[in-house]
Design a protein around this ligand. Structure first.
Ligand code: SF4
Length: 428
């Protein structure tokens, strides 16, 4: 099957191809460069460039593939190696790492985001369990680049095996911050709040709190770029859901970028029976994609095959969150259920920042009763929500009393996986 390398795998515009159709390329070869904000893109396979279209480069792989690759040039400056390797945030945001790390943090810190906030994804925690030093070295390189004297690893307290593995290799200037298993504990400002007990404004970046936040796999990529001169050509990914052989996660390390998701699902047993949708990413923030066109990118967290949606053809209201499904995704879910949308509201914690929806205090509920009443007044007999754990808990304290059943947009995913639905928070 052809490899399909997207030209936009990061924040910013698409990269410009620097190869031509018919050209032979080697694994690791630079094939596209950014024209503004962005990051280099390299071929993940050796083969022939079959076609270049607006958004991607299609490569026909050679029959035999070697794990070897063309190394990035040697640089004295670590930041230049990170830039040359085309590293971007691997947790889904895709911000170019060389830009994030171009900072002076002599009074600040590096934060490793090892939270793996999306419950169905498992590859980051498995990496920490199996190779904690790959990530710890990435933290040390990030500290060296930014001159940060201190670092924290933010991780859910439930991941005891990963914490044990990390603790065996930790240095004095790297601390572990254990976090609760609630959504969205891995949001950058939620992590900073958990560590420093201080909320950044939605307009503020972590840099304004004198820190940078880097995802687990991004840190591993930094280590590989500096020590092995490896460009970002492979991706760790979780494949999970309604698959032949069961619902346990399949964790695939270092899959060539551009590999069709369909091929990975087949490798993991194939789809079992009828399915609802293929979600690329996690249950909260992922989007449904077409099985025939979805491919692995530098930002792909996972692929989830869900059970079919429940059918409900009545009137529904939608309540959107800034840190999970937006209105478009909620409408997608409502449409797949067959429901008629009577009204759409947003959590009142949402503010508009330069055209993007941001939450004032991610994971800290501002109250939801008036939003539920608004949806009921619009004619909704049920509501579909995408709220965080705390706000879902609040919705569950009022909506049932108003006779409004609640469906969370992650329900069909969590039912697929036999996980606890996002409803009331357990009291402990
Ligand atoms: S407070 Fe509102 S916007 Fe913020 S995470 Fe919770 S539901 Fe989303």
């Amino acid at each position: 099957m052809d490899i399909s390398i997207l030209l936009r795998q990061h924040v910013g515009g698409p990269c410009k191809p620097i190869v031509s159709e018919g050209e032979e390329v080697k694994r690791g070869q630079l094939i596209a460069v950014p024209e503004g904000l962005g990051a280099n893109i390299h071929s993940s396979v050796s083969g022939k460039v079959k076609k270049i279209v607006e958004d991607r480069i299609l490569i026909q792989p050679d029959g035999e593939q070697s794990p070897d690759y063309i190394k990035i040039d040697e640089h004295d400056n670590l930041l230049e190696s990170i830039k040359a390797a085309g590293i971007t945030g691997a947790g889904g945001a895709g911000f170019p790492t060389h830009i994030k790390l171009d900072a002076d943090l002599k009074d600040g810190c590096v934060i490793a985001n090892c939270v793996e906030c999306e419950t169905a994804l498992h590859h980051n925690i498995r990496l920490l369990e199996e190779d904690p030093q790959l990530v710890i070295k990435g933290i040390q390189y990030a500290m060296e680049v930014t001159k940060a004297p201190r670092a924290y690893i933010a991780i859910k307290e439930k991941n005891t095996q990963a914490i044990d593995a990390l603790e065996k290799h930790l240095l004095d200037n790297i601390g572990i911050k254990k976090l609760k298993d609630i959504y969205p504990m891995g949001e950058e400002r939620a992590i900073i709040h958990a560590i420093f007990d201080q909320w950044l404004e939605p307009t503020q970046l972590p840099l304004e709190a004198d820190c940078v936040v880097l995802n687990t796999e991004t840190l591993a990529n930094i280590t590989m770029a500096i020590e092995d001169r490896k460009p970002v050509i492979d991706k760790d990914i979780t494949i999970i859901g309604q698959l032949n052989g069961g619902k346990e996660p399949h964790i695939l390390f270092q899959v060539p970028i551009g590999t069709p998701i369909k091929e990975l699902i087949e490798r993991c047993g194939g789809i079992h029976g009828e399915y609802g949708e293929i979600i690329i990413g996690g249950p909260y923030t992922g989007k449904a994609e077409d099985l025939d066109t979805a491919v692995v990118t530098k930002m792909s967290g996972g692929a989830i095959v869900t059970i079919p949606f429940p059918k409900y053809e009545g009137p529904v209201g939608l309540l959107a969150c800034a840190c999970a499904a937006d209105e478009a995704r909620l409408r997608d879910v409502a449409g797949k259920m067959g429901a008629q949308v009577t009204g759409v509201v947003e959590c009142k914690n949402i503010v508009d920042v330069r055209g993007a929806k941001k939450c004032k205090t991610p994971g800290d509920c501002p109250g939801q009763a008036e939003k539920v009443i608004e949806l009921k007044r619009s004619g909704a007999e049920r509501i579909i929500i995408s709220n965080c754990s705390d706000c879902s808990n609040t919705v569950m304290c009022c909506a049932p009393k108003m006779g409004i059943p609640v469906y969370h947009h992650t329900d069909h995913v969590f039912r697929t996986l036999d996980y606890t639905l996002t409803r009331r928070l357990p009291m402990d």
